[in-house]
Design a protein around this ligand. Structure first.
Ligand code: COI
Length: 354
């Protein structure tokens, strides 16, 4: 299914920021994509000049939080061409998650097509420097003005674009120090954890802020019931190297099915590395650290790709992991980013040309 995308170009294009100082999510391009949902159907897909949205103060999203988002990337290759990385998979994840929030699912192919049209309009905004990208942020919100508590019947799907630099602000990965959070929870069983709902990120902020104040970069999230099982790290999926095995917590309703997580599992299997998705307890990690079996810990996500963990700290122990940036985490970062910029063969069909 393809929805025709109307294009209204801006008469006041912005000056592009210097590529050496992009940061993450600070700059936005000239246009955005809007698609309405009402009377049971999506309509009026349009690329319009970037600007504030007009929302009724009673819009359901502002009261009861029917909101979710995605994060994908367009990358300019060494050859100058722009490629979208697993855009269809991101659109599918949005479509699969929407029903959990009683929101309508856009057709993934329709959404991927509309986003591609937007990125074509903004092609010049895709930065050229190594480790930069155009970050794509689709967002779905309930717009019906109504204060009764029930699913809204009007929605807006919008997509904004942000030229971003390396998550670490340099060319090298920077290891992070992690506080193991045993009080607060990111997501509860039966809750929203498997969906990219804004609410999950709101829920994570206070513990993350407390950890930052105490000198840590992020927190390790444990299960909400007993705080015994490992779930995610910061806003990322979690990987551990235990001996010669790559292990990641099995997906469930408290863990987001990360696109980068899936990509790393696929690359690892192709290399012949043993990969296991299973429940992982904090007690097992403490033991693995004591016995020397815990070689590496890293997070995976679209924004940073790979985020190596150098320390895991609990109230009663400090576990130093490897020598900072571990070789396995670094190798997945190198391989994935090389595929993204067209410098390595795309054997899994993850890239689409503009
Ligand atoms: C990602 O790792 O891509 C994320 O989900 C973080 C994002 C919310 C900035």
């Amino acid at each position: 299914m393809k929805l025709e995308v109307r294009i209204e170009r801006t008469s006041a294009p912005k000056v592009h920021p210097p590529e050496t100082d992009l940061g993450f999510g600070r700059h936005f391009t000239d246009h955005m994509l809007l698609v309405d949902f009402h009377d049971g159907a999506w309509s009026d897909a349009r690329v319009v000049p970037y600007g504030p949205l007009s929302l009724d103060p009673a819009a359901a999203v502002l009261h009861y939080g029917q909101a979710m988002f995605e994060g994908a990337k367009a990358i300019r290759g060494d050859d100058g061409a722009v490629r979208l990385f697993r855009l269809q998979r991101h659109c599918e994840r949005l479509a699969q998650g929407a029903p959990r929030l009683c929101m309508p699912s856009p057709d993934p192919a329709m959404l991927a097509h509309a986003i591609t049209e937007l990125v074509k309009v903004e092609e010049a905004w895709v930065p050229r420097a190594r480790n930069t990208a155009l970050y794509i942020r689709p967002t779905l919100i309930a717009t019906e003005p109504f204060l009764g508590v029930r699913p809204a019947n009007q929605y807006l799907l919008y997509v904004i674009l942000s030229p971003v630099g390396s998550y670490y602000g340099g060319d090298t990965l920077k290891p992070v120090r992690i506080w193991v959070e045993t009080q607060q929870t990111r997501a509860a069983k039966g809750g929203l954890g498997a969906v990219k709902a804004g609410a999950n990120y709101a829920s994570s902020l206070q513990a993350a802020m407390r950890a930052k104040k105490d000198g840590y970069d992020q927190v390790l999230w444990l299960d909400g019931a007993k705080h015994e099982m490992l779930e995610e790290v910061g806003t990322m999926n979690l990987f551990l190297v235990l001996g010669d095995e790559l292990v990641t917590p099995a997906l469930g309703d408290t863990i987001l099915s990360g696109v980068t997580r899936d990509s790393i599992i696929t690359l690892a299997k192709a290399r012949g590395i043993k990969v296991t998705e299973r429940p992982l307890s904090l007690a097992e990690i403490v033991e693995a650290h004591a016995s020397g079996k815990l070689k590496e810990v890293f997070g995976s996500g679209t924004a940073a790709v790979v985020s190596p963990v150098s320390e895991l700290v609990t109230a009663d122990r400090r576990m130093i992991v490897g020598d900072g940036v571990g070789p396995i985490g670094q190798s997945f970062y190198d391989e994935l980013t090389a595929i993204q910029r067209g410098a390595r063969r795309d054997e899994h069909g993850w890239l689409t040309a503009l």
